[in-house]
Each structure stands twice: as C-alpha cells, then as structure tokens.
Design a protein around this ligand. Structure first.
Ligand code: PLP
Length: 442
C-alpha cells in the first residue's frame, strides 16, 4: 500500500537500524498488547526485547513521566544536580552490594552502560584486556561490541573484538562445548587461560550475563556463576554482571547473580530500567566510578523524564511483587511449553528462569542441528495469529520469551495456544519459504 507505515518507513528509516522478523507496524500499545496499523491487537511476548518490562502505558510510568515532563528538572545531570537522577541513583544503590562505597552512572541504553564500563574499568585498573563469553551480547557501541561474542554483531571490522580480548565458551548444558561436566570444564579452561595467554595482571575484568540471552537463552548449570566469582576473587579480576536483559526481576529474582548469591564488582542495567524509555545505569566501586571526572559524558545523561520512569519501574516491581509473578507465570509457561514439546518434535530443548525462556528448535534430536527456517516461519505465523515472538541464538533457532514481567496467566495461556497453532501450521506447510526469505540475517 502506497501510504502504509511500512512503505513510508522504507522511504525514511535506514536499514542499518533494522532487525525484522515479520511486518510489525505499531500505532499504540496497552499492557502486554501492541496495537497495529490495521487495528489488530497482538500479545507482545518479546516485550520489545525485554525493554517493556511493565508492558505498555503502565499507569505508574504514565503518571511519573507526565509529572516529570510537565515540570522538567533540567534535561541532564552532567552540569547540574537533577532531583530525579539523584533519587534514582539512591534507589539503585539500595539494590547494590555496597551502597556506601558504590556510585551510579546514568545513561541511555545498555550499550552505553557497557561502553562506559570498559572505559572506566580500563582507566581505573590500567589493564586493558577483558574476558567474555562466546555468544554474549554487551552492546552496539564500540566498547560493548568489542567485548561481545555474538556472531551476529560481528558485521564488519568496526565491530571487531578489542585487541587482547579473550573469549571463552558459555557453559551450555544442551550443546556442551566440552565433554564431561560442562561447568567444571569451562572453569578449568578459564583458569588455564589465566595461567597462559591471559595473565591476570593484564585482565581488567570478566563480563557475563547470568543467563545468556541473545546467544540462545542459555541457563548455566548450578554452581557455575559462583565458581566463576570464586576464581575472579582468587586472581584479583573484576567480575562484571551484565543485567541489561535479565536484571530487575525477570528471572524471578532482582538480579541474575542473586541466583547463586554472587557479589559482582560492577553491574550494568538497561532495557527494563526505563520501562520502555531510554535509560541505563552502571554501578560499581567509587575508585572506578569517580575517576577521572567527565570520562564518559553525553548531554542528556541523567535525563529527568527517563529517570522518573526508572523510579516508577523500581517502585512497581516491588509494589506489584513482580519477581513473584515472573516466577509463577514463568513456570506456567515452561510447563505449557513442555506439553507442546510432546506434540511438536521440532522442539529440542526448553530452558529458562522466570520470564526469560528459550525454545530451541532442532531438525532432529540427535544432531541438534538448528531448525532456523522453521523457527523463522513459526514466529512469522505466530504474528499473523496474534502474538509477537522474536528468535535468538547463533543458529537463529531459539524462540525467545521475554514478555512484560507483569504478564498474567490468561495472557500466558493465550501465548501457548498461539504458539501451538503456529507450530501446527508450519508443520503442515502453511507458511512458504518466500514469506520469510526477506527477514533473514539475525
Ligand atoms: C545482555 C545485553 N547487554 C547489553 C545490551 C545492549 O543493550 P541496548 O541494545 O539496549 O543498548 C543487550 C541488547 O540486546 C543485551 O542483551
């Protein structure tokens, strides 16, 4: 259609900022649903990759943002003390392992937080190497990309690893990178590297997602995160938890490091923190976060409207007991997905925690070859049937569920029913290869 949003967008918005799975022309949203140009309401099981953590137009966010924009406390906190950013920083410190000695940096997105982390940590330690995990995503800005191990981000040489970067396998129980106990093997390999190629005096830090999302929603085996923390302590290396996608209640706990009682040195936040508005934070010890002054500054950092949204998100997670909700609704989804796996042999593995869940599609259960084409078709069909799912994984074959963490049980049931039909339709050849051909590339 000549005047459709998609046509107008093709003429106006650059492809370099697009990752698409199917047409999704949005004109509004409420709760867990998006409203499309043709008036259809679709259930958003991605929650905009986890950013819409309270869904769309949550009344607490609407009220906070409306008040803040009606009486703006400046537009930034870089050259002024802005009340909402101070209040938000104090509230974030209350979540940190060491509120007295930690400081908060505020920014716009997770990429920027991890970029700031790289700059602040290298400046403070004088070390410039990082260790990260193959499949990990830490951002789209130079600093974050340069420590990311997700192949879809390695698009050109500008996206390359930093000099001296070391990647290690994530302990994936479904496709283990080493024989034997995967957790022990990965930790031994990590220590072997420290004793050989990456001497600790060169290594500034290790960055990890407590559940690796874009790499395939991989949940590490119990004991891995605490084992890693222990080795970092022994070798005097900073441990950085990237909580951008799984932090702030999504796993059923406030942070993914809480799963094993780990105490990280630095924590990065993004996505959920703004509840859909651009907001991110980095928290760490003042010796890293305070020096040198002005190291990582952009004009609208600490923006009062975004900070007010962040405060509303933190307040709502607690007042609506959303960690509990993520646990309960997440376990309903896992149970329902396991029932689907009995009917649909494409499903090789289901894994997750709370409301971060991956459904790994395979062409056969023995080889576990990623069923990427079928995955693309299933999410395409699910959108036509009324629910938004995106996929992740280096094989582009893991349907990801990161819905709003206030998703209710009825909505979870609706998502399962739609997914069931989408599998059935694809199994019966009702989605053509051409339908999805133009959406490849992630
Ligand atoms: C774990 C993780 N860290 C950082 C980022 C970067 O966040 P953003 O794209 O919002 O800047 C992402 C984005 O997907 C992510 O998944």
């Amino acid at each position: 259609m000549e005047n459709s949003l998609d046509t107008r967008e093709r003429r106006s918005i650059a492809n370099i900022q697009k990752l698409r799975f199917f047409p999704l022309p949005i004109v509004g949203g409420n709760g867990s649903y998006l409203v499309l140009e043709d008036g259809r309401r679709v259930l958003d099981m991605s929650g905009t990759w986890g950013a819409a953590t309270l869904g769309y137009s949550h009344p607490t966010i609407v009220e906070a943002v409306t008040n803040s924009v009606s009486n703006m406390a400046g537009a930034s906190s870089i050259s002024s003390t802005s009340a909402p950013s101070v209040y938000l920083a104090e509230e974030l410190l209350n979540l940190s392992p060491d509120p007295k000695n930690h400081r908060v940096w505020l920014g716009h997105c997770g990429s920027e937080a991890n970029d700031a982390m790289v700059r602040a940590v290298t400046a403070a330690t004088g070390r410039n190497r990082f260790i990260s995990f193959i499949g990990g995503t830490h951002g789209g800005f130079t600093g974050g990309i340069s420590i990311s191990g997700y192949d879809a981000l390695q698009i050109n040489t500008e996206s390359a690893a930093r000099p001296g970067q070391i990647y290690i396998p994530y302990p994936d129980p479904y496709r283990p990178p080493f024989a034997g106990d995967v957790s022990t093997q990965v930790l031994s390999y990590f220590e072997y590297l420290l004793n050989t190629m990456a001497p600790p005096h060169q290594v500034a830090g290790v960055i990890i997602e407590g559940i690796m999302c874009d790499g395939g929603d991989i949940v590490p085996p119990p004991g891995f995160l605490s084992g890693l923390a222990e080795l970092c302590k022994i070798h005097n290396i900073l441990l950085i938890f990237d909580e951008v996608k799984v932090g702030l209640g999504r796993t059923g706990l406030m942070h993914s490091f809480d799963i094993e009682g780990v105490v990280p040195d630095l924590i990065s936040y993004g996505k959920a923190l703004g509840g859909g508005l651009p907001l991110a934070a980095l928290i760490g010890p003042s010796y890293i976060m305070d020096n040198p002054k002005g190291l990582t500054v952009t004009t609208t950092q600490g923006n009062p409207i975004a900070a007010s949204a962040g405060r509303a998100v933190l307040k709502t997670i607690s007042s609506e007991r959303l960690c509990d909700n993520a646990r309960e609704v997440g376990s309903q989804l896992i149970t329902g997905l396991k029932q689907l796996a009995e009917k649909h042999s494409l499903i090789g593995d289901i894994r997750g925690r709370g409301l971060v869940i991956g459904v790994d599609l395979v062409s056969d259960h023995e080889s576990k070859r990623p069923a990427d084409l079928e995955c693309a078709k299933i999410v395409f069909r699910a959108q036509e049937l009324g629910a938004v799912f995106f996929y992740v994984g280096s094989g582009s074959n893991v349907i990801e569920l990161t819905p709003p963490i206030n998703l209710n049980k009825k909505e979870a049931e609706e998502a399962l029913q739609i997914l069931d039909r989408a599998f059935e339709d694809v199994e019966h050849g009702r989605v053509a290869d051409e339908d999805v051909a133009k959406y490849t590339g992630w």
